[in-house]
Design a protein. Sequence first.
Length: 91
Amino acid sequence: MTMEPTTIVIAVIQLLLTLVGVLFGWLVKGLFDRIKAMETADKELIAQVSALRELLPLNYVRRDDFQKLGDSIFDALRRIEDKLDKKADKP
């Protein structure tokens, strides 16, 4: 049983196409697995950011609150300074 050269060429081409298809499928599967892993990591990161957003106001003073506090402290210091100036002016 002898095979014709065209049959051998067709068999080799089919084998090569099969190998290329298997390699391509393996690469696509790897990409989809990585995308799934990234989506999972993204969901975890979103949950962490949401938790941080809820806790952040509890741990830190907001800027406007800090400015109000600073203004009230300086107002108190000005009143104390004014009283000291009045006291110093008295003989």
